[in-house]
Design a protein around this ligand. Structure first.
Ligand code: NAD
Length: 294
């Protein structure tokens, strides 16, 4: 797939730096976003073209990346409208859904796309905007071995750790589960820091101890100082997206019939924080929510 033409749909906080890394790696990229002004820096690349519809972005592409908010948007784009994107693609086109979508929907999409001669892999990412910028995302992939190999050169331009976790939908399942585990760590840290502060302990010192002890996690290492105690709340990952991921994990776990008490609690806190904070709040603002409720 080297030198191939990639269609990129969804030029948001993550999509723009990911598309830039494809361009730097030598791919031709045609992008589309509902917001025509998204990612103006992309227009500076000679190998970048901006399309005025998703179908136009995908028309000459051998691979089409979706980096969209959720399964509802992905499904509508593929199947709805007159016609949906899927019906406009050349046979053999590989669709790579890198959004954090719902695994059950993705499994369904893979099967429907196969029936009309199109390939599909789910390849959601972890690492946030920072690692999207430096091309070191962690990418969990679902799909057949053959299609995963077809997509690998494209994915390698955006990520550092690529793990093929199973059949179509498995990547999205692991992504939702990862974000549930991550959100649980974030909420636990918020509750711990607020209680410690009320007891009179400096939260910076508390976090220093966590990072030198068994409480260390991604929140303590990367978010507490940079985005929470600094009051900046600008990590680039919206609380609404975190809540969606935890909801997906809850639905997935409930669907498996395995214990789901903790994920339910994690979802309830995420929903309450989202309802209390302003629209579009960053996920690190859960700290402000917990603080305001003390
Ligand atoms: P974002 O809201 O910044 O970007 C989404 C983009 O999709 C927007 O620019 C929007 O205009 C566009 N869009 C929506 N519907 C569209 C449509 N029908 N056609 C074309 N464009 C459309 O979101 P983001 O932070 O870039 O996240 C994208 C995906 O990646 C989400 O599924 C999110 O859960 C996941 N994700 C985000 C992060 C992060 O740190 N931000 C990390 C890992 C995964």
């Amino acid at each position: 797939m080297a030198n191939l033409h990639v269609g990129f749909i969804g030029l948001g906080k993550m999509g723009v730096p990911m598309a830039e890394n494809l361009l730097r790696a030598g791919f031709r990229v045609t992008g589309f976003d509902l917001n025509r002004e998204a990612g103006p820096q992309l227009d500076g690349y000679v190998a970048f073209a901006r399309a005025d519809s998703a179908a136009a972005a995908a028309r000459e592409s051998q691979a089409v990346i979706l980096m969209l908010p959720d399964s509802k948007v992905v499904d509508a784009l593929l199947w709805e409208g007159a016609p949906g994107l899927a019906a406009t693609l050349a046979k053999g086109t590989l669709i790579i859904d890198m959004s954090s979508s719902d695994p059950v929907h993705s499994r369904g999409n893979a099967s429907r796309l196969e029936q009309i001669g199109l390939g599909f892999i789910d390849a959601p990412v972890s690492g946030g905007v920072k690692r999207a910028v430096d091309g070191s995302l962690s990418i969990m992939i679902g799909g057949t071995a053959q299609e995963v190999e077809r997509g690998r050169p494209v994915l390698e331009a955006m990520g550092k750790t690529l793990i093929h976790v199973g059949a179509a939908g498995a990547g999205h399942a692991v992504k939702a589960l990862n974000n549930f585990v991550s959100a649980s760590g974030l909420i636990a840290v918020c509750e711990a820091l607020v209680a410690a502060e009320k007891f009179g302990i400096d939260p910076h010192l508390v976090n220093q101890v966590f990072n030198a002890s068994t409480g260390k996690n991604n929140t303590t290492e990367h978010k507490v100082e940079n985005f929470m105690l600094s009051g900046k709340f600008n990590s680039g990952f919206a609380l609404g997206l975190m809540r969606k991921d935890v909801q997906t994990a809850k639905d997935f776990i409930a669907g498996m019939g395995t214990p789901d008490e903790f994920v339910q609690k994690c979802l309830a806190v995420s929903q309450a924080a989202e309802a209390a904070l302003e629209k579009g709040a960053d996920h690190t603002a859960v700290y402000a929510y917990v603080r305001s409720a003390k």
